[in-house]
Ligand binder design. Sequence first.
Ligand code: DX5
Length: 230
Amino acid sequence: MSTLRKLAQLRDASPVVLPSLLLCDFGNLEREVQELEAAGVHGYHLDVMDGHFVPNMSYGLPIVEAMRRLTDLPLDVHLMISEPSKYVQRFAEAGADILTIHAEAIEDPRPVLEEIRGLGVGVGLAINPATPVEKVEAVLSLCNLVLVMSVVPGFGGQAFDEVALAKLRTLRSQLPDETLLEVNGGVNEETISACGDAGAQLLVAGSAIFRKPNYALALTNLTRLAGAVS
Ligand code: DX5
């Protein structure tokens, strides 16, 4: 299925809760995928951390390749890395459907965003809590997805930063309908409704799923609270 078709499917299904693969059981990745797909997930958010742009190291190309073998669903790859231009082609080849870089990682994101578009995958741009929307306004038209971080990236299980809500509202009023709006960090049963109300279409959740005994129940509750009647 083409990337554009996958983006459209996410848009049509939204609001969509995407599991963030950081706190999952990597020793049983195939079983985790089977359980999540049985629970009705629409895609996966993959947290790539290089231990430099963020103070943590997670995983890279081999996990993206493994997920590509395990699922046909969209892979939303979040690059929390310092030099994304060095790696975007390899992540596209590994099977990413969306590649999201951070505005804080590079002086001018435009060339890398254009390179990602040239690779035929979805173009994503992320901003941290301290980064104002104004900083990226000039390149929003190049994006298929804009990610508003509601935590300083690097770890799961952090508290939600409400600064994200005003940014979501601002971006939703500025972006064309076909551009996906995503929120990530501290999204759980207490915070997800406000994110849905503020216009978020993709709602990334880690601990609110993987620290629960029943993934299906957690996903159903989060999806309902996000505003979608399951
Ligand atoms: C943090 C990551 C998030 C994180 C979300 O830097 O980008 O995807 O895993 O986990 P929770 O939902 O627990 O904040």
